[in-house]
Design a protein around this ligand. Structure first.
Ligand SMILES: Cc1cc2nc3c(=O)[nH]c(=O)nc-3n(C[C@H](O)[C@H](O)[C@H](O)COP(=O)(O)OP(=O)(O)OC[C@H]3O[C@@H](n4cnc5c(N)ncnc54)[C@H](O)[C@@H]3O)c2cc1C
Length: 290
């Protein structure tokens, strides 16, 4: 379908984009890679009067390792996330997710900022950023503010972003020695959205026991979820045998599991448990090698 008519303006800087948002208010939507917004417009599920194109603000396309953190600008494409050496070193789960997200066209146009702002419950980065931890920085006319990643998503397609704000950056604590992270996605076909996505970040002590564990899932409910019961099951234990089985068994404890004809809730729960056990084993292997 052809989208309804709209006005198009291109912003050359963050300040210019903020000025457009202030001018057009609720009539305006930001356009980054366009790979979520334009399909919605073509389906007439979104009909902004003005598109503010931020896609060429080069200052927002970067990956940097700085002061023990990994900083990724909002306009960094999925492909650039997948390829960045700093991501592979500091937050490998993000590179895992970027490598299985959509198809090459999507990965070359879609951006991390667009994905985090869109907050699709089936989006791959949703689980990854929750498992990695960190912050999102946004700018508005009143200045900049930083939101903890656990407080970012407020519901399906809803985030802490306020009207008139632009997401600038995602920042994750970089992996320390003996820390590893992984993202595993189970999809019906390559390039599909997942039926289940599991991200795990583990830290191991010299004795091989978990000193830290963060586990999160996407595609399983109406927003990405932290699996705190599973994290607790690993605390202080070696990530193997009973510890892994017990963590996997409770990974969706307290979650209202999505149920649809393609993936009934009991099957999705089974997938989540199997993928969690595999993800813990892979994250542990990466942590041992780090
Ligand atoms: C065929 C296809 C397959 C896909 N498969 C997957 C998949 O398997 N896994 C997956 O996770 N995703 C998938 N996607 C979605 C893809 O990852 C999108 O790129 C992403 O969700 C949105 O990024 P974008 O840059 O394209 O954002 P846009 O579509 O430009 O924008 C999306 C929303 O975010 C807002 N926005 C964008 N940037 C900012 C910003 N900096 N600050 C504030 N608001 C902003 C926009 O106003 C809009 O509301 C798929 C998309 C397509 C078309």
């Amino acid at each position: 379908m052809i989208p309804p008519a709209f006005e198009y303006v291109r912003a050359a800087s963050v300040d210019e984009a903020l000025a457009h948002l202030a001018k057009y208010g609720d009539d305006a939507r930001l356009l980054a890679g366009g790979h979520s917004l334009l399909p919605l417009m073509r389906l007439r599920l979104a009909a902004p009067r003005v598109l503010v194109d931020i896609g060429r603000i080069r200052e927002l396309a970067y990956v940097r390792a700085e002061g023990g953190e990994l900083a990724i600008g909002a306009l960094t494409t999925h492909h650039a996330v997948e390829q960045a050496a700093a991501v592979a070193t500091a937050a490998r789960a993000l590179a895992d997710a970027a490598s299985v997200l959509g198809d090459p066209q999507v990965r070359n146009r879609g951006t991390i900022g667009g994905e985090l702002a869109h907050a699709d419950p089936a989006a791959d980065y949703g689980a990854v950023v929750l498992a990695l931890g960190g912050t999102v920085t946004a700018a508005g006319r009143g200045g900049r503010r930083t939101v903890a990643i656990d407080d970012w998503v407020r519901g399906p397609f809803t985030t802490a972003l306020q009207p008139g704000e632009i997401l600038l950056e995602y920042r994750a604590p970089a992996a320390a020695a003996r820390e590893g992270s992984v993202y595993r996605k189970f999809a019906r076909r390559a390039s599909d959205y997942g039926m289940v996505g599991v991200a795990v970040r583990l830290g191991l002590g010299a004795d091989g026991r978990c000193t830290s564990a963060r586990i999160a899932l996407s595609c399983v409910s109406d927003q990405p979820v932290r699996a705190q019961a599973a994290e607790a099951a690993l605390a202080g234990r070696a990530p193997e045998g009973d510890a892994v089985r017990e963590a996997a068994a409770v990974v969706l404890q307290g979650v209202r599991v999505a149920d649809d004809p393609f993936c009934p809730a009991d099957y999705r729960t089974h997938l989540a448990q199997v993928e969690t056990a595999r993800a813990i084993a892979e994250a542990a292997a990466r942590a041992r090698a780090a």
